[in-house]
Design a protein around this ligand. Structure first.
Ligand SMILES: [Zn+2]
Length: 331
């Protein structure tokens, strides 16, 4: 993940403004994707400590970015003799002791808690309860940031004492620009933009896994060429061969179908430019009501597989139902 890119993250911008205008509070919950948490926390610490709100050029910035700033503390504390990335009471005790001491380099201290892996398990309430008092009566120049994927996983008592900021999704055009900078080929770039739903880590996952592009081509081909039960066998075979991988195929199938709707109604959301002709052919096969009905059939098929209905029976029924819907909802 490109570290510099996070300077434009809405959380970083919001905090830079708050610290500049003197409207900041002492405790924040940052809701973001797990893959972004560590880097986002680094930026946030920099915004607090750098005299220019994160200029990326001064000595403070260099120290924060290289992990050498003496007033920045990361938790859970990995230096301890333990083998877990989860928050423990010992981590909170460390924080409580450390916040009593004066800052070394400037006038503020920053505690960065990556709690993405700390919201499950039996002891999940313990570290949070240990934190409550300091969140309630914060030290003047001590700032605490707690990064989580889903803020609802935190205790309500923690949430009510913090300001919650949520990282926004990236726009499709930003994802395309980002992937182009990584040197991605056009087709791969479009598949990743389609499937990532504004998540740059997910976009990176798609471009690093070559099977996504192949699967997309297969699905497009199947939707284009399967016109009746007479020629449905390749579609059935395609899905039947993906027993261990079927979620990926469902995901792509739904995304491609929804692209045919965007192509017709919402062109600024259409990203599969490289497959325009194929998408047009699929549009000719499936009316918009048919597309929406097939998307529902996908959800039903997923549920059936989860409830242990025989896999190939689910696939057979799915393809038969798709063709039925296609016929029923003709343009
Ligand atoms: Zn700076």
């Amino acid at each position: 993940m490109d570290f510099a890119l996070l300077k434009d993250n809405n959380i970083v911008k919001t905090l830079a403004k708050a610290f500049e205008q003197g409207t900041s509070v002492n405790s924040y919950v940052l809701q973001c994707e797990k893959q972004l948490a560590d880097n986002l926390l680094t930026w946030v610490a920099d915004v607090v400590l750098c005299k220019n709100n994160g200029c990326n050029g001064c000595l403070t910035c260099r120290k924060v970015f290289s992990g050498n700033h003496l007033d920045v503390f990361r938790l859970p504390n990995k230096n301890k003799e333990k083998n877990t990335d989860k928050m423990e009471i010992a981590d909170v005790r460390f924080l409580l002791e450390e916040e009593e001491k004066r800052p070394v380099e400037g006038d503020k201290k920053v505690f960065l808690i990556n709690a993405c892996n700390s919201l499950k398990g039996v002891a999940v309430a313990n570290w949070q309860n240990a934190l409550l008092k300091t969140l309630e009566e914060p030290h003047k120049n001590v700032y605490i940031f707690i990064a989580v994927e889903n803020a609802q996983g935190l205790l309500p008592t923690i949430l009510s004492r913090c300001q919650v900021l949520t990282s926004e999704k990236s726009k499709a055009s930003d994802v395309v620009d980002y992937l182009a900078k990584l040197g991605c080929a056009k087709k791969l770039c479009q598949v990743a933009t389609l499937l990532c739903d504004g998540s740059l880590p997910k976009a990176e996952e798609v471009v690093s896994d070559v099977t996504y592009l192949g699967a997309l081509e297969e699905i497009i081909q199947a939707l284009k060429t399967t016109t009746s039960t007479k020629n449905a066998l390749p579609f059935v075979a395609l899905l039947n061969n993906q027993k261990d991988n079927v979620d990926k195929y469902w995901e792509i199938l739904t995304a491609v179908l929804m692209q045919t709707v965007d192509y017709r109604l919402n062109e600024d959301k259409f990203v599969l430019d490289e497959w325009k002709e194929e998408i047009e052919a699929i549009c000719a096969n499936y009316s918009i009501p048919a597309v929406l009905a097939v998307v529902e059939l996908v959800e039903q098929a997923k549920k059936d597989i989860d409830s242990a209905v025989n896999f190939s029976v689910v696939i057979d029924n799915f393809v038969a139902d798709v063709l039925e819907v296609k016929f029923r909802c003709q343009i």
